[in-house]
Write a protein that binds this ligand. Structure first.
Ligand code: IVH
Length: 684
């Protein structure tokens, strides 16, 4: 019986790894995602029931869940060196000359793309991945094995045969461009819902795929790593008994063992071939789903490599050729200024459309007045635009030689004067000390701010009045029927029917939606009323802590700081908000219309049944809530607390300093270990 189970687990593991390989290395899946998920679920179920058969090379390890408190520092068996850079054809020819002068003349070169990610060294023993270490300082790096196991194209167990008993293989972990865009887009949507403006969103988004990769690899919860689909190309094999005496041939062998080796690696027997390779990829590389910044050129034979040796920092047998960052020049046609929902002004450069790195660039962010001043950029100027891995192209500099005789102006231009008045309502702009942005202070009268606040109020995560969209708000505002969120509750059917394209049915729908919003719980109302910097999570914490708007509006800075995660800045915004008569009046009117401004009796005791049938073991020290608050929250959401981990435990909620024994036990029983943030997400 137990052998049957063991065999079943081993068979399922093998099949799942085969599917992973087909999908992530060969890009040639042979079963549907649904079938795959079902098999994986089956494996996880069996491993949970029979933890004695859970193997460290099980495909279930790729789902993540292991929490690493601190990455262990590991000394590299072979130091991880860097490469010297070259930037032009002459440098590459010099490299070839140096090799020839040293006495190596019958050599081959291997040309590879230079991937822009995070380098990693993987150790395999008896065909099993036993360790993954980052480059660190080249001598010592961080052990990130649990995180790397979530990367589906990295084999946990090797295929085929002929691999050495123990060897290292190095490569680059990267975030595919499409994945980078996917995450940023999802983040943007979420932040818009939470009420952040463009500038704040830009600050929070992932900056480029390389940063995103290194940030992801440093995550202490491997589940978070699994959610961001990283990938990995391997580009060098190291060890004492490798099958071949040359780099390229060992790479081809590694491909047979299941590693993802780039199809774009080529062998050339002259520097001319190398230069052709460089030239070929200059443009073509932008079509790849991985960010590249150059080409790496390596002498193929290990004997030649040994003969040529190393300088203090880098091998003499390899160099990197770096492509110039893609730049184009174009004309700055105008600067426009956008007013966000919070009144923040964002200057935008409108450019004469130009092709750059595979996309048409029409706009570039100018961020704020300081940047405009520093660049001294003026309308009509010819500007250099650069696009790195960043989302929005940057203006690098102005081509001053073209300033006088550009085709928009014949006279010499004047320095750009930043606007002093709001482009929407004409109010004098303000800029507070220490802030980079100008603001329009006319919160109650500036159209995009007023409309933006109402749009936020009705949005899905706030009051969820989906019968009242942005267009209708604009119509109602233009007709003078709504000027603030409280006016929404005083709309009359006769008034609505006078609007264009508003029939009886839509009017009824709209009014029903408004009526239904009176049932929306306090925490969402608090988010909906649009206090600056108060997102969903903060609103929830405030609601749970103060229980009513009356208590919250009376709170001083000191008391607000007692609520977890609320800092000086947010505390001050809340105090300022309730110090403003106009806001108090709106809150009072909403209240009079029946909008929820306190927790209901039911909420005070039983918030939801999201955690029904789930048993938690809470352990360690938490940063956002106290342990007691967390335990209370578990019960309020229908879950149970327990003191010790067993097969019946659904989750271990781990704070800081959780005992290693507990962690081990959870791992052994296959109980998922989650963080405070995971928990907050679960109950949100
Ligand atoms: S070989 C001693 N090959 O570039 C040779 N490196 O400046 C070690 N890189 O740290 C590196 N693609 O992170 C090599 N095909 C490639 C590469 C590559 C990207 C990175 C790697 C390394 C840095 C060297």
């Amino acid at each position: 019986m137990s052998d049957d189970i063991k065999n079943k687990i081993s068979e399922l593991s093998k099949q799942l790894e085969e599917h992973n390989y087909n999908y992530y290395v060969l890009s040639n899946p042979t079963i549907s995602d649904y079938e795959f998920d079902k098999q994986l679920e089956e494996l996880i179920r069996l491993e949970k029931e029979y933890p004695q058969y859970l193997r460290s090379d099980s495909p279930s390890q790729r789902v993540g869940g292991q929490i690493t408190k601190e990455f262990k520092s590991v000394k590299h068996k072979y130091p991880m060196l860097s490469l010297s850079n070259t930037y032009n054809e002459e440098d590459v020819r010099d490299f070839d000359d140096r090799i020839r002068k040293a006495g190596v003349t019958d050599h081959e070169y291997v040309c590879e793309l230079k991937y822009d990610g995070v380098s990693i060294s993987l150790t395999y023993r008896n065909g099993e991945l036993i360790q993954a270490v980052t480059r660190g300082d080249g001598e010592k790096g961080d052990d990130v094995t649990a995180n790397v196991k979530t990367i589906k194209s990295v084999p946990i167990r090797l295929r085929g045969e002929g691999f050495p008993e123990e060897f290292e293989i190095r490569g680059e972990i990267f975030m595919p461009k499409k994945e980078f865009l996917r995450i940023n887009e999802a983040m943007r949507k979420e932040l818009i819902e939470e009420g952040y403006d463009d500038e704040e969103i830009f600050e929070k988004q992932l900056k480029n795929p390389r940063n995103a990769t290194s940030g992801t690899l440093k995550q202490q919860n491997s589940k978070a790593v699994a959610e961001r689909k990283l990938d990995c190309y391997l580009y060098s094999v190291l060890g004492e008994d490798l099958p071949f005496g040359s780099h390229f041939e060992n790479l081809m062998a590694a491909k047979e063992w299941g590693f993802k080796i780039s199809e774009d690696t080529e062998k050339h027997d002259s520097v001319e071939g190398v230069l052709k390779y460089i030239d070929k990829w200059d443009k073509k590389r932008h079509n790849l789903n991985v960010e590249t910044d150059g080409v790496v050129i390596k002498v193929n034979s290990y004997e030649h490599q040994r003969f040529l040796g190393f300088t203090a920092k880098s091998p003499r047998w390899a160099i990197a050729y770096k492509y110039k960052a893609q730049q184009v020049s174009t004309i700055l046609e105008s600067i426009s200024y956008q007013v966000g929902r919070t009144g923040a002004i964002t200057p935008v450069a409108n450019l004469k459309p130009v092709q750059l790195a595979g996309t048409t660039v029409k706009r570039a962010s100018l961020h704020n007045s300081d940047i405009i001043e520093k660049l001294d950029v003026r309308v009509g100027d010819t500007v250099f635009v650069e696009k790195g891995g960043e989302i929005i192209p940057k203006i690098i500099s102005v081509d001053l030689s073209k300033r006088k005789n550009n085709d928009l102006f014949s006279n010499e231009s004047e320095p750009t004067k930043y606007i002093a008045h709001c482009p929407e309502c004409g109010t004098d702009l303000v800029r507070s000390e220490g802030e980079a942005n100008h603001y329009c202070p006319n919160e109650m009268g500036c159209p995009p701010q007023v409309k933006g606040r109402m749009e936020h109020y009705v949005s899905r995560r706030a009051m969820n009045i989906d019968s009242l969209g942005g267009e209708t708000i604009a119509q109602l505002y233009a007709a003078g029927l709504i000027k603030n969120i409280a006016d929404i509750y005083e709309l009359k059917k006769e008034e609505l029917l006078k609007l264009e394209r508003m029939a009886e049915k839509s009017a009824n729908n709209l009014l029903a939606g408004i009526e239904a919003s009176k049932q929306v719980p306090f925490e969402r109302v608090l988010f909906a009323i649009g206090i600056r910097h108060i997102g969903e999570t903060t609103a929830k914490k405030l609601a749970l802590y103060f229980k009513s708007v009356d208590a919250l509006s009376k709170a001083g800075i000191e008391q607000l700081l007692e609520v977890g995660d609320i800092g000086e800045r947010i505390a001050k915004t809340i105090v300022d908000f309730f110090a403003d008569e106009k806001n108090i009046e709106i809150v009072q009117r909403l209240k009079a219309h029946g909008v929820q401004f306190e927790l209901t009796e039911d909420q005070l005791t039983n918030v939801s049944d999201k955690l029904k049938d789930k048993t938690f073991v809470v352990s360690g020290v938490f940063t956002k809530f106290s342990r007691d608050d967390i335990k209370k929250a578990i019960e309020q959401h229908g879950g149970k607390n327990s003191g010790s981990i067993s097969g019946k435990t659904s989750y271990v909620l781990a704070g800081e300093n959780m005992g290693p024994e507990k962690l081990k036990k959870a791992e052994k029983l296959g109980v998922p270990v989650i963080s405070e943030d995971d928990f907050i997400k679960m109950i949100s």
